[in-house]
Design a binder for this molecule. Structure first.
Ligand SMILES: Nc1nc2c(c(=O)[nH]1)N[C@H]1C(S)=C(S)[C@@H](COP(=O)(O)OP(=O)(O)OC[C@H]3O[C@@H](n4cnc5c(=O)[nH]c(N)nc54)[C@H](O)[C@@H]3O)O[C@H]1N2
Ligand SMILES: Nc1nc2c(c(=O)[nH]1)N[C@H]1C(S)=C(S)[C@@H](COP(=O)(O)OP(=O)(O)OC[C@H]3O[C@@H](n4cnc5c(=O)[nH]c(N)nc54)[C@H](O)[C@@H]3O)O[C@H]1N2
Ligand code: SF4
Ligand SMILES: [Mo]
Length: 678
């Protein structure tokens, strides 16, 4: 038996474990007892993270579409064709007719290389990844208020908080090792406020559970800040010493009396006042949030209010405090850090800055780099239907199931002149591709992932990839080589990290030799720097913290006579997004085998629906069949669906309306009708 220490491929908590293998096959997982987050534990996905690796459905060879059918081909044929076809599209329609989608499942090194490929080799800034669907509101909102869009504190800070406000995060299911840490703190006396209208597990342990209307967080947070200022509970010293624009905030929230807030949120005035007093009274108050905040047509405004509440109460820059957006995918923090974003190079260095363009052009050995900002991923589908985009290269994403308004997304993917998909399984998206490239998965390669607490950790190769599958970084380098670019020859991923460190100040001190066993937290500017567990301690990244105000906007689509219910979408404990990995893991699929919708007993009674009845759910975009789960998890008038299942796909229904600033889709609110099927 061989044990290989590596990083969990699922969530951003960043647990590390040992993959146990025998004669080249994985047989199990053992947690790392010394890791600061996993501490000897793992959630059910971590324990089962070895199971999909040897699944017979793994892609083992490149595939080319011939006469409408995907057929095996050699790497030579496939790679030459990728380069030839991308060049042909660019020749005909211009450099920006091509878009690259990077992957929060791939390593930092691979994300860095794909953005380098897009920019240095193919001359376009059209590169983005699933962070756009996820925490783009955070990146925009916190950059404006704090100067940095990452989690300000570390996961271990949970132990030191006096009160934790969890808003729009189902932490025990979606970041289980962080969720259990919160429950542990509560057992030791930490107060907990949960603001989420589903009765999630944390809510059952909370001092206060606020079940406000979906999309009313700006009103709720403005109302809480109103009470804090009205009762003089704000932290005057912090506001004076560390922040700017307080007067504007005070003016905006002045109108948000508990009565007005109650009317906008559906809460009682007493709940708002209690929440304000409980949070403001704490010496150390921490805010934890996730998709319930970001995935709205006003997601950036939600984030502005969260940042304001933390500053108003002086809860930034100390242990046990902070603004903590929990990053979802195992390496979505890294995908952003590496510049797999249309307007930023690695380390959030701006494409619009001529000095940065010169720095990267020089390092990459190209004459110049494009100054035209690229397309956000969520605008790609519309750009393609408007004829501005003809080709997509998608590494490790499955938009044919994860994008909003699937009918539209699929039509666009089908009509592209060229679709290349690089994945480990034949996903719904790969099935539409002209060229499919088989990738090695996390257990079969070296590299680093950056967790939600900015911790850069090493993965190690435990087994060989199936068939002729190759690591993403090797495939990208091979494409660059065939495109005639000689600046992508690396002996190994460690050498790629050396280049990243040289060009990216926040990763400046990162080198493989320094990362064992449990990584370093950025910013880590030089080789002697110990890493940074806590951001904004003396000053904010942008200097002073900025209070940005926000006005309450309703979600873009609200219930009416025809579509009388609010649909909110999200996840379950056992499955991961589009299910490519978890639905191929027997133990997980057995627990949650098919699509369902949660609806409140009152709504069910009105519709004559009983548990497990087959339902037809319709929105203005489409219809799906799914099974009823009658439960008081949801409030009357709201239904919830996970988006994991291709049969009964929630995204057939969702609304492709975007936040104008971050381009995030409003996954959390649309209007639907529910009917019982005979
Ligand atoms: N098991 C599992 N874990 C995962 C994932 C997975 O697919 N499966 N995905 C990972 C990824 S990429 C991400 S981004 C994270 C997401 O992690 P979370 O954000 O925790 O998960 P979601 O289920 O999308 O939504 C969280 C909560 O938002 C609430 N909510 C909906 N609308 C509103 C609102 O208007 N206001 C408020 N305050 N709350 C609202 C919902 O009721 C839900 O309980 O999870 C990560 N972890
Ligand atoms: N309705 C609704 N829709 C949503 C959301 C929601 O809350 N509601 N949330 C959104 C959010 S937050 C997110 S993050 C997105 C996620 O959307 P996606 O990123 O599209 O979903 P995943 O299923 O995680 O896709 C990851 C793909 O990477 C592949 N993969 C795994 N490892 C590797 C590897 O090493 N190399 C390569 N090349 N491929 C690999 C997997 O097989 C899988 O196909 O979904 C969004 N969609
Ligand atoms: S909490 Fe997240 S990182 Fe830890 S084992 Fe579970 S899925 Fe993996
Ligand atoms: Mo996400």
């Amino acid at each position: 038996m061989k044990r290989t220490l590596t990083v969990c491929p699922y969530c951003g908590a960043g647990c590390m474990f040992y993959l146990v293998s025998d004669k080249g096959r994985l047989v199990g997982v053992e947690p790392s007892t010394t890791h600061p987050v996993s501490r000897g534990g793992l959630c059910v996905k971590g324990w089962n993270a070895y199971a999909f690796v040897h699944h017979p459905d793994r892609l083992t060879t490149p595939l080319l579409r011939r006469d409408g059918v995907l057929k095996p081909a050699s790497w030579d044929e496939a790679l030459n064709l990728v380069v030839q076809k991308l060049r042909a599209v660019q020749k005909k329609h211009g450099a920006d007719a091509v878009m690259f989608a990077s992957s929060a499942k791939a390593t930092n090194e691979e994300n860095y290389l794909l953005m380098k490929l897009a920019r240095a080799v193919f001359g376009t800034n059209n590169i983005d990844h699933c962070a756009r669907l996820c925490h783009s509101s955070t990146v925009t909102g916190l950059a404006e208020t704090f100067g940095s869009g990452a989690m300000t504190n570390s996961i271990s800070c949970i132990d030191q908080a006096d009160v934790i406000l969890v808003i729009g995060s189902n932490t025990t299911e979606q970041h289980p090792l962080i969720g259990s840490r919160i429950l542990n703190a509560v057992r030791n006396g930490t107060h907990l406020i949960v603001a989420d209208n589903r009765r999630i597990r944390l809510a059952r342990h909370a001092d206060l559970h606020l079940r406000h209307k979906n999309g009313s967080d700006v009103a709720l947070l403005n109302g809480i800040m109103h009470v804090i200022i009205a009762e003089e509970l704000e932290n005057r010293d912090f506001i004076t010493a560390r922040t700017e624009n307080f007067a504007a905030l005070a003016k905006t929230v002045a109108g948000w009396t508990p009565e007005r807030t109650a009317a906008a949120t559906g809460l009682e005035t007493g709940e708002i006042v209690t929440a304000a007093r409980l949070f403001a009274a704490a010496e150390r108050g921490m805010i934890v949030y996730s998709m319930g905040i970001t995935q709205h047509s006003h997601g950036v405004d939600n984030v502005r209010c969260i940042a304001a509440l933390a500053m108003l109460t002086g809860n930034v820059g100390r242990p046990g405090t902070g603004v903590n957006p929990l990053r979802g995918q195992n390496n979505v923090q890294g995908g952003c850090d590496m510049g797999a974003l249309p307007d930023l190079y690695s380390g959030y260095q701006k494409v619009s800055d001529p000095l940065m363009r010169e720095k990267f052009a020089h390092a990459w050995g190209v004459a110049q780099l494009s100054a035209t900002p690229g397309l956000p991923l969520t605008r790609a589908m519309d750009a393609a239907s408007a004829g501005q985009l003809q080709a997509m290269f998608i590494m490790g994403e499955n938009p044919a199931l994860s994008d909003p308004d699937l009918g539209h997304a699929r039509r666009v993917l089908e009509n592209l002149e060229l679709l290349v998909v690089q994945d480990i399984f034949m996903t719904e998206t790969a099935a539409l591709a002209d060229i499919v490239l088989p990738a090695a998965c996390y257990a079969e390669k070296e590299g680093t992932f950056t967790s939600t607490e900015r911790r850069i950790q090493r993965l190690s190769k435990a087994v060989e990839p199936p068939g002729v599958a190759r690591a993403d970084w090797e495939i990208i380098c091979a494409i660059a080589e065939r495109a005639g670019y000689q600046g992508m020859r690396y002996a190994d991923p460690a050498a790629i990290m050396d280049e990243i460190a040289a060009l990216t100040p926040i990763y400046g001190g990162i080198a493989y030799g320094r990362l064992d066993p449990h990584g370093l937290q950025w910013p880590c500017p030089d080789r002697s720097h110990p890493g940074t567990p806590l951001l904004h301690t003396e000053r904010f990244t942008r200097g002073t913290g900025r209070f940005s105000t926000a006005f309450h906007h309703l979600p873009a689509e609200l219930p009416d006579a025809q579509y009388p219910l609010v649909l909110t979408t999200g996840r379950t404990y056992f499955h991961w997004h589009t299910g490519s990995m978890t639905r191929r893991t027997h133990l997980l699929d057995r627990e949650e085998p098919s699509s369902f919708i949660e609806l409140h007993p009152d709504d069910a009674a009105r519709l004559g629906v009983r548990n497990r009845d087959l339902l037809l759910v319709s929105s203005r975009r489409g219809k799906v069949r799914t099974e009823a789960r009658v439960t008081d998890m949801v409030i009357p008038g709201v239904v919830f669906m996970p988006f994991h299942f291709a049969e009964g796909a929630a995204n057939t229904l969702t609304n492709n309306v975007l936040d104008p600033e971050s381009s995030i889709p409003e996954f959390k609110v649309c209007a639907v009708q529910v009917e019982k099927l005979p």
